[in-house]
Each structure stands twice: as C-alpha cells, then as structure tokens.
Design a protein around this ligand. Structure first.
Ligand code: GAF
Length: 377
C-alpha cells in the first residue's frame, strides 16, 4: 500500500511527502455506551488508512483517493466544504483543528486503505485520525494532545458528516496499541490498556456485507432516546442511572425509550464484568456477556438486522464461546470469541450456512490487535 501511494503521489504531485497511517477498530464489549458517558473496550486492528501528505505552499488542499479513484481540491474556509463525502472527513479535520486555534495550511495528499467500508470497523475514524495525526505533526509541532486529536475526529463526524457519534472509534484509532485492548471511561476519559492475547481463543469477525451507514440513520435517534430518558431521570447522562430509577419513571416515558435505556444500563455493567472476567482468564463468562449484548442490541436497542441475528444464532449453534453485533449496528460485522480448535469448523460452517440462506458469502477477518495513529518511516 505504501509503495502504491508513493508512486501515485509522485505522478500527481512530484517529490514525496511524509507517510502516516491510522487504524480501524474492534470493540470487545460496551456498545452505544460511549455517548452515555459509560465504558467501552475497543482496540485498533491491523487494517489501516494510509496517506502521503506534503505542504504545498498554497491556500488549498489537493487530495486523491486511490480506492475511490477520485481527486478533489478545496480551500480551508468554512464555505469551501467539498461535496464528496470522503473529502468532507478531511475538510472537517482541517476546520476542527483551525477552530481550536491550530494551524492548517495547504497540502497535497494521496491516500488508500484496507479497512472495509461500511463494515462497522470505523474506516471513517481511521481516515479522520490519520489526517488529524498528520496535520498535527506537519503544521502544529505535535502540540495538540492525543485526546484532542480524537475529539477533532468526533467533531468532524458531528459537524461535517451528520453522525452524532460518541468518542470510542476515534479514541481507539488514535490510542490503539499492539496486543492491547483499552478500557475507556467515557466520562472521566481515564483509560487502561489490557494486554489481550488469549492462548486458547481467537477473535473472528464475520462481515454480513449488509451495508452499515450511520449518517441520517436511526443511530442519531438512539442517542436522542437516551438523552430524553436521562433528562426524565434528572441526570446528565445514563451513566448514573440504574434499573430501579428507570422503573420508577417507566410510566412517564415511551416503551421504546424505556427499552433503549434498559439496554444501556445493562451494557455499561457488562463492560466491567468482562474486564473482571478477563483478569481471571474466565473466557466463558466473557462469551456469555457477548451473547447478552447481542440480545440487548437486537431486542431492546433494535440495531440488528436479520442477517446479523442469523450469524449470531449460527455461532451459538456451532458452539462459539461468544458472539455479538459489533459497532453501531444496522449491518456490518459480528465479533466472535472462538476456541482455537473450533476455528476452522466455525469459519466453514458459518460461511456455508450464510451463503445458502442469503446467496453470498460473508467475509471473515481474524482480528490482530495493532497500533493506532502513527508516522511511518
Ligand atoms: C459507532 C459510533 F461511531 C461510536 O461512537 C459508538 O457509539 C458505536 O457506534 C456504538 O458503540 O461506531
């Protein structure tokens, strides 16, 4: 990928620039908890967006996407926003740095990636973090701290891409560390690295290839439900809510809002339970919690779809230790905790069963927990 980017950069813009990369992410558990000030447990993966970037001495950005095979250029003022959705991520990063008093000047860039798009692996956060990291290095002497880089990505989603997301994806993409998951408290922003290298298990993603699109989606509606319930409880967020309090106001809120909040209250506890279980090496409990999350996401939070429920049922039938929808939902992947000796049978059987039912194979990815945003040599 690096060589290809270098070649295209040279053809389009001449003498090469610096090369940066940032990663997609998985999340072991803690879904839709980030914007409720709860806990999440993600890690960066070995699938990246990579970009070669060089200041061009102009007042504009010229950028080429190898994968989409599109070129665009834009200025750095608010009214210069490009139309192409992929370019809006980059424009958003430039603007959000500027809004915070940071410097961004014109630059040329060529980028490519292997984070599957729309699969729930946060290709958008990888793109944002790659450019945020690079522009911090190129124009700001790395003065912007890593949390702020993650927030710059999140604000880009909010203000330029129409997704009212939490901080998890950008955080994981910026803070990812090889071989480690990271438990993040999304209220205090305290985080802890957890070495994750189970000897007898593997994490396997099964991509339904149902396209997951968060912009203008029910994602923002889920967040609004949570905020309504928190308000009805007189709390700043669902972080401090419990089932007793929720049951007390059950008559004052809609049934839908009740079930959304119930899921979040249960899910934030599950993250803590999974971390404890991991500390004991108790993978059956980790797996059990993953299945509980899937049920909650499917029945109470209603962000699943037929194909993802099918993948989850099949995983259970085959005897997989843990399985659930990963990420925002509405399509994309399941994440599966699979015993080593079941791995090959699992991949074979779930692929065949899915193809038989839906007429196309799912994609299978073995997860490798890797580093987040970085400059390459
Ligand atoms: C998406 C969002 F971008 C994250 O912030 C998070 O809410 C996730 O869905 C669900 O856990 O990836």
């Amino acid at each position: 990928m690096k060589e290809k980017i270098g070649k295209v950069f040279k053809e389009r813009f001449g003498e090469g620039g610096a090369i940066y990369a940032s990663a997609g992410r998985i999340n072991l558990i803690g879904e839709h908890t980030d914007y409720n000030d709860g806990f999440v447990f993600p890690g960066a993966i070995d699938k990246v967006i990579m970009a070669e970037i060089k200041p061009n001495g102009m007042e504009k950005v010229r950028v080429f996407s190898i994968d989409i095979d599109e070129y665009t250029e834009f200025g750095l003022k608010e009214e210069d926003a490009p139309h192409a959705s992929w370019a809006r991520y980059i424009f958003g990063i430039c603007r959000e740095i500027q809004k915070r008093g940071g410097e961004v000047k014109g630059f040329d860039a060529v980028f490519a990636g292997n984070v599957p798009l729309g699969a729930g692996l946060s290709s958008s956060a990888a793109l944002e973090s790659c450019f945020a990291f690079a522009l911090n290095d190129l124009f700001n002497g790395n003065r912007i701290d890593k949390f702020e880089l993650a927030k710059i990505g999140q604000s880009t989603e909010h203000n330029y891409c129409g997704v009212n997301c939490g901080i998890m994806d950008q955080f994981a993409s910026v803070f990812g560390r090889k071989g480690n998951l990271i438990r993040l408290d999304c209220r205090s922003m305290e985080y802890e690295y957890f070495p994750f290298d189970p000897k007898d298990y593997r994490l396997v993603l099964v991509d339904s290839r149902v396209k997951h699109e968060l912009a203008d989606s029910p994602y923002n509606k889920r967040r609004a439900s949570c905020e309504r319930v928190a308000k009805a409880l007189g709390l700043p967020s669902l972080r401090d809510a419990d089932m007793e309090a929720l049951d007390r106001i059950k008559g004052d809120i809609t049934a839908e809002d009740y079930f959304r909040a119930k899921f979040v209250i249960e899910e934030k506890q599950r993250v803590l339970d999974v971390c404890e279980a991991l500390n004991r090496g108790d993978y059956p409990t980790v797996g059990k919690k993953m299945y509980e999350t899937h049920r909650g996401l499917s029945k109470d939070y209603e962000v699943s779809c037929e194909e993802l429920d099918f993948l989850n049922d099949e995983a259970a039938r085959i005897g997989v230790t843990g399985s659930r929808i990963m990420g925002g939902g509405f399509g994309g992947c399941t994440i599966n905790l699979v015993k080593n000796d079941l791995h090959d049978r699992f991949v074979k059987e779930i692929t065949e069963a899915f193809e038989k039912k839906y007429g196309h194979e799912p994609k299978i990815y073995d997860v490798v927990i890797s580093d987040g945003a970085r400059k390459l040599d």
